[in-house]
Design a protein around this ligand. Sequence first.
Ligand code: NDP
Length: 295
Amino acid sequence: MSARLLDGLSLAAQIRAEVAAEVAAFARWRRAPGLAVILAGDNAASAVYVRGKVKACAEVGIRSEQFSPPATATTEDLLRLVRELNQRDDVDGILVQLPLPPQVDAAAVLLAVAPAKDVDGFHPLNLGRLVSQRPGLVPCTPRGVIELLERNRIEIAGREAVVVGRSDIVGKPMALLLLHRHATVTICHSRTPNLAAVCQRADILIAAVGRAAMLDERHIRRGAVVIDVGINRLPTAEAVEMYFPGQKRTSTLIGDVDPRAACTLASAFTPVPGGVGPLTIAMLMANTLQAAVAR
Ligand code: NDP
């Protein structure tokens, strides 16, 4: 059996087009929605992510503004910036790109973002709304995974879902969204004994661990839907050849799932890159529009 690839790139383009149409309608009676992006310090990977987000904003008609405090910025500097942005009428969404420089209290900065402008859905108030199924801003990556499942007509209700990873950003909200759609959900983490046996129960297996190709043929039940949230780098030509035979590269991206196992055992799976990643940015656009409309 060869698994169906769940194409996040084309779905993300479709969602961005839908958001663009709604943004244009919104802009006609009010103004273009505005997103403020804070990129503190000089983390190269963060700069790449932010470029992708700013580019997506331009494509859908959202006005973006980037703030780049230096690597030496203090917690107080960032709190001042966030408070200013909270007050601005033309800013609907505030995104604080993580990680922040080590001397900054990241939790304090995230807590300072006005919940109505918290387009990443990281504020405890929005998390509380998610837990209690009240309307609010939902973290982009898990929201993107749900779009991917639903728009590919993958049944969630009544199925066994296993989420590997319990971060506040991905694993926990992912589990809640699946639970609210009536899946029977198990959350696994680094202290879960016999991880493979738990994963084998999954009709829907979600990997959000951050360890290259950690889940393999021992973890995937034949016919399962496998969603790979992980983004890791294979650093050597030997490693690339092992997982992607024939690809003559010295490094490449890989998810948390061994693509060879997913390809042969799963009924459907998300490639890395081109699976969940593009949806995260598309849902950021959707969240910014939602924040603008709600204000
Ligand atoms: P975190 O590091 O915050 O969380 C990782 C989770 O994996 C933790 O809950 C940890 O358990 C668990 N874990 C670690 N090792 C094991 C193990 N050996 N067995 C079982 N569980 C384990 O990562 P994030 O949730 O922020 O991100 C996860 C991955 O998703 C990363 O690769 C990240 O780059 C990627 N990502 C991708 C996005 C996208 O757009 N596609 C967006 C966001 C993230 P414990 O809690 O016990 O430590």
